[in-house]
Design a protein around this ligand. Structure first.
Ligand SMILES: [Cu+2]
Length: 495
């Protein structure tokens, strides 16, 4: 080989290698910048004062509530109810769990299990839950996903309370409002702690006299991923709901994983009777439809068993745990079903003033994602200006998914009405959600009723995305908090 060729050959090695090192360096720089952004020293999420930026605060580059009108989130507590008080205790602790697949998992549990115990209450009950932390070093909280709790009970570390450290406790109190399927999870370092197992189901049963859809039986199906195992009510195998031919079973599906899950119902027709806990109006019967449930969302299905044989609810992956209903021969597997769409499902309400409501404010949220950065309107976490509202206002929020995967967008303390998708207004039942599943390219318009004054997180419920910056606030004017997010307090709600 001539020296010239040797040199050329060396270049073939050196140039790509240098480029690779440069690329890795750049990626790491962005990554650490992100980590820093998620771990500020001290931030007031009410937007009143940024501990990081003393000059901006001194210069008055922040907004103030009008004098005498500031209200602390801490002072907003549970209201009155004639219902009974239901008390629960949840203790967070580390535990080695043996799954029914034989695998062992180092989990973080409530009362020794993951998911924690299912909390069942009735509409109108006063719910009192004492959270204790045995040995989760970074502290824990309880967030009541989908429930309109008062600000002080929302369980967001650094916004509505300090994280509960080992040996400490915190008692939550709220009135169970609208009946439906909800869940709870820690909102301290949520992406880490949910993955480790700190979550569980919360069912609000209707009062006997209220007229929700009747079923012969009901069952909860709580999906989570624990150390890469997909679990259904804590089982890697699934379960059976005993029921007879022709009976109707209400199946409450919660997706507590970070990815969208798809379900088919083989061997039976079914209705989607509720989404995120809210009943749909005159839902129609479906056959062979595929239901996509976004991370954090709940779908209640009413499944009518065939006269003979069983029904099976499953995801497309054969390894995933499935739910069988009834007994008898296996149904045929439905193939290539049509995706369920709520755009024209059910029927409109005869009278629906909310549909014509004039919004008081309009906002646009563009959800964006690249390899290391997750953004809303091009910014991340506390650098995203909060949405602001006054009590009683209606906010029209356009939410668009600019790519990077599914973004199930969740708003704390509120529900919202979905008005349109990609410019097409909904034609069927009103759809009221707390978590909106968006796919790449989707644009939704939703109407948020600002009826719960406080400081509320809004974030992607792919908690990995939230931890990378897709997390912001909806703040009512004049609301303050004594708590701080950051490394100084140790409160890092979405890390
Ligand atoms: Cu996302």
């Amino acid at each position: 080989m001539t020296p010239k060729r040797k040199k050329k050959r060396r270049l073939y090695v050196v140039v790509p290698l240098a480029l690779l090192v440069l690329l890795i360096g750049a990626a790491m720089a962005v990554y650490f910048w992100q980590i820093r952004l998620q771990k500020p020293v001290e931030i007031d999420m009410s937007g009143h004062r940024h501990g990081m930026d003393a000059t901006a605060a001194a210069a008055g580059a922040h907004y103030h509530a009008p004098a005498g009108q500031s209200v602390s989130c801490d002072s907003l507590v549970a209201g009155e109810t004639s219902g009974p008080t239901r008390t629960f205790e949840l203790t967070a602790s580390r535990k080695t769990l043996k799954l029914d697949s034989g695998k062992t998992v180092e989990a973080w549990t409530f009362n020794g299990s993951s998911p924690g115990p299912e909390l069942r209450v009735k509409e109108g009950d006063r719910v009192v839950v004492t959270l204790r932390n045995r040995d989760i070093a970074d502290g824990v909280t309880l967030h009541w996903h989908g429930i309109k709790v008062p600000c002080s009970q929302d369980g967001v570390a650094g916004v509505t309370q300090d994280a509960v450290l080992p040996g400490e406790e915190f008692t939550y109190e709220f009135v169970a409002g609208e009946p439906g399927t909800y869940w709870y999870h820690s909102h301290q370092m949520s992406s880490v702690q949910a993955k480790k197992g700190l979550m569980g189901s919360l069912i609000v049963e209707p009062k006997a006299e209220s007229g929700t859809i009747a079923a012969d039986a009901e069952a909860s199906a709580f999906y989570q991923r624990l150390d890469s195992s997909l679990l259904l009510n804590g089982s890697a195998r699934g379960f059976n709901v005993p029921a007879k031919g022709g009976e109707e079973v209400r199946l409450r599906i919660t997706n507590a994983d970070n990815e969208t899950m798809k379900f088919s119902v083989d061997g039976a027709s079914f209705q989607v009777v509720a989404m995120d806990g809210h009943d749909l109006h005159e839902p129609g019967w479906l056959e062979g439809a595929i239901v996509a449930v976004g991370a954090g969302q709940r779908y209640d299905l009413l499944i009518r068993l065939p006269e003979a044989g069983k029904a099976v609810v499953r995801s497309p992956s054969a390894d995933d745990p499935a739910i069988t209903l009834g007994s008898g021969p296996e149904p045929e597997r439905a193939e290539g079903g049509v995706p369920f769409s709520f755009l024209d499902y059910g029927t409109p309400l005869p009278e629906d003033p909310e549909r014509e409501a004039k919004p008081d404010r309009r906002y646009e949220l563009k959800l964006g994602q690249s390899l290391f950065v997750n953004t809303i309107n091009g910014r991340s976490f506390h650098e995203i200006p909060p949405l602001t509202a006054k009590a009683g206002e209606k906010l029209l929020v356009a939410i668009s998914n600019e790519g990077g995967g599914d973004h199930p967008f969740h708003i704390h303390g509120h529900t919202f009405r979905v008005l349109s998708k990609n410019g097409v207004p909904l034609r069927g039942s009103p759809v009221v959600l707390d978590t909106l599943l968006t796919h790449k390219g989707d644009v939704y318009e939703v109407l948020v009723n600002a009826d719960n004054p406080g400081l509320w997180m809004m974030h992607c419920h792919n908690l990995g995305h939230a931890s990378m910056g897709m997390s912001m606030m909806l703040n009512y004017e004049g609301l303050t908090t004594p708590y701080r997010v950051g490394t100084k307090s140790g409160n890092l709600p979405d890390l």
